[in-house]
Design a protein around this ligand. Sequence first.
Ligand code: ZN
Length: 493
Amino acid sequence: METTNPIPALDYETVIGLEVHAQLRTRSKMYCSCSSDYANAPPNTHVCPVCLGMPGVLPNINRQAVEYAMMTAQALNCSISQYTKFDRKNYPYPDLMKGYQISQYDQPVGLGGWLNIEVNQKIKRIGITRVHQEEDVAKLLHRDEGGMAYSLVDVNRSGVPLMEIVSEPDMRSAEEARAYLVKLHSILRYLGVSTANMEEGSFRCDANISIRPRGTDKLLAKVEVKNMNSFRAVFRALEYEGERQRKVLSQGGRLAQETRGWVEPEGKTVSQRSKEFAHDYRYFPEPDLPPITPSSAWVENVRAMLPELPEARFNRFVSQFGLPVYDANLLTENRETAEYYELLVSSDPEVSPKEISNWLVGAAAGILNTSGCDIIDFGRRVNPQNFTALVKLVSKAVINSGTGKVVLEEMFDSGKTAQTIINEKGLGQISDTSELETAAFEVIRDNPQAVADFKAGKAQAVKFMVGQLMRLSKGRANPNMASEIITRKLGEL
Ligand SMILES: [Zn+2]
């Protein structure tokens, strides 16, 4: 007897939580007065006994960094701890000058927040577990000179304020993880607390990713993925890793608790170290730093410093300017674009906000793409009044939109006003009657067949000749006047 008893393919779901480290944009480091602006500094020039980890030194807390972390925590809807302290996280690694990192263990700055993401037109709330403060570590440079391998240490980065933002494991796909990161990135940039530049490492993301049979809450193995340096890398790495874990199980394998690194050129994750033996960081309270007990007045002052955040601005753009969701999303993703747009709109109330949006997300975005400029550079070259004046010239049909695009490019290159460029290049519509009459004369002279058609009562003939006139003027003839003059001249024949 034949039995068909297929083993049901298990339906797994992916569970993702993200840890983001963002460098804070303070002038000095977290626990000393060295400059934290080390980007173009020669190695080991922004150092002092504190960030070098010399024995017997005393750290100080950077108040600006604490306020930035409090701002972030509030923007992420966290509650601000009334008592927060620093802890030593002990681990031996050459990039850690002191042999421990001053971090926050059980009493972080902010707890229990959330942010909203939108995937496939659905809003989803992602929990924020905590926001805490710590310090960056030194940079190791690994060299290999003809088989002689060695490592160099650059301490400039050591002690730069870092903020860690830990999410709940609420994301169920690589798309959701990417949407979360984009949103968090946008919020930090709006707040101005971090440059949040992923390529430069001021915004770094580690991901915890597991799978589990759908409908259960038992995670199979927690895998941490590191080394993702762009939104795209995070997306690709998590897509790959979810698939890899499913494949291991479908082939009867066992998933290991481990840390894996994303290898961008190969498009895969590789095992870096096993997590079977979890680190014991032997956290204990930092004896050299006092705990922070922010007064409610301080917390409220910091709250008052919060700018309008992306979501609020999005909603306002939709309601105040009547923009479609698509436009409002593009315009509010970064603060600089949103601010430039508002300058454009306010520079001439007669021009419709939607038309301005079309030009900004269309032609201007095209120029940004090809030139590699950002919106701040663009705004320096094309000042808001001039841009809006151009949009108005097109909406008043002084020039057509094709010419408008050419004019905008020229404005971007030369900084001249639209009107100057139109005058200099003779790009304006021809509304000069005598010029148009001469052209109409030529069109009628050169198209006897169309004239005959007109006399035979074919209305199409007029349209054809207006088209010829437009062509003759390279599209610059005022179409209404052209039609009027052709019709009049034909009537006079
Ligand atoms: Zn220092």
